[in-house]
Design a protein around this ligand. Structure first.
Ligand code: HPA
Length: 323
């Protein structure tokens, strides 16, 4: 059953204004895109497959905040994904909004909610994430089957405030946020692409506000509470999408392994130095620097694996019947 039209008159005026601005720039066949995509760091290549693409800079759309992250674009792209005789209208965010930029959780989900206003039935959200689960290597693709969000559990939930009834109810459950048929479709697509069980895995995404990458103790904590990977995005969009009734597929790309190595034993290092060498202290400091997560590394791995993710998403969207 397709979702009903959203009653724009029951929403803050920027939603209606944004819908009008987008529809003014696209042909009728793209006025109601069936699928929405939110592209994570380095994963905007997904838009490369869109046919008859129309690109709209965020600044031309009422209600959109300004993106400030280096390496992220700020474009809404609409076009068709095609496979065989399938031609599916899609809207994609190239560049997303994060809370660490200073945006409110509500601002971060404006594009997601705009998708719903445009008629989108299902959403694919991608992200770059740090691998916590020791079985996740750099380059592993992870189907998110759950999340744990420290910000959203406390005071940064995007649904805090006056409930927008036009989207959904006051107290939505999240136990069923990650759509099972879409996840099955993702693994079917991964098999078709010959991705191994090591390359295509599943897990729980731990959401943190950033912008700092986690300390070792924080990584151990996130592991102990069930996190398989960690990142600074996605969960607000998943919550808003699920609240508004859209089906959700979320995919993480592991771009680095989090650092959980043992600490330097300062007492031992000092003794070592007293015994004539300072190698231990220096070696450990060098290793620490090498292991620390950094944003360039995240973007680089994104580039390498982006093509597989593009193919996976294209296949899932073209081979899934939403009705
Ligand atoms: N931590 C948080 N966010 C991230 C990481 C990480 O290690 N890698 C990519 N995004």
């Amino acid at each position: 059953m397709p979702l009903p039209e959203v009653d724009l008159s029951a929403l803050p005026s920027e939603y209606g204004a944004a819908v009008k601005a987008v529809r003014a720039k696209v042909p009728a066949a793209l006025a109601r895109p069936a699928w929405g995509i939110i592209c994570g760091s380095g994963l905007s290549g997904l838009a490369g497959s869109l046919k008859d693409k129309v690109e709209i800079p965020y600044e031309q759309i009422p209600g959109f905040p300004n993106s400030t992250v280096h390496g992220h674009k700020s474009i809404l792209a609409l076009g068709f994904l095609e496979q065989g005789d399938k031609r599916v209208p899609v809207v994609a965010c190239l560049g997303r909004f994060h809370m660490y930029e200073g945006h409110s959780p509500q601002d971060c989900v404006f594009p997601t909610r705009l998708f719903r206003c445009l008629g989108t039935q299902a959403i694919v959200v991608t992200n770059a994430a740090g691998g916590i689960n020791p079985n996740f290597e750099v380059g592993t693709i992870v189907a998110m089957h759950d999340h744990l969000s420290l910000p959203c559990l406390t005071d940064k939930n995007p649904l805090i405030g006056h409930n927008l009834d036009a989207f959904g109810s006051r107290f939505p459950p999240l136990s069923n946020a990650y759509d099972i048929p879409l996840r099955l479709a993702l693994f079917r697509a991964a098999n078709a692409l010959n991705l191994s069980a090591k390359d295509m895995q599943q897990g729980t995404y731990a959401h943190v506000s950033g912008p700092t990458y986690e300390s070792r103790a924080e990584c151990r904590f996130l592991r102990s509470i069930g996190g398989d990977c960690v990142g600074m995005s996605t969960v607000p969009e998943v919550i808003a999408a699920h609240h508004a009734g859209m089906r959700v597929l979320a995919i993480s790309l592991i771009t680095n392994k989090v650092v959980v190595d043992d600490y330097l034993d300062a007492r031992k290092a000092l003794q070592d130095q007293a015994n004539g060498g300072d190698a231990l202290g220096k070696k450990t400091a060098d290793a620490d620097t090498a292991a620390a997560a950094n944003h360039e590394e995240v973007l680089e791995v994104g580039k390498r694996r982006a093509e597989d993710i593009r193919k996976l998403v294209e296949t899932v969207i073209c081979q899934t019947d939403l009705d």
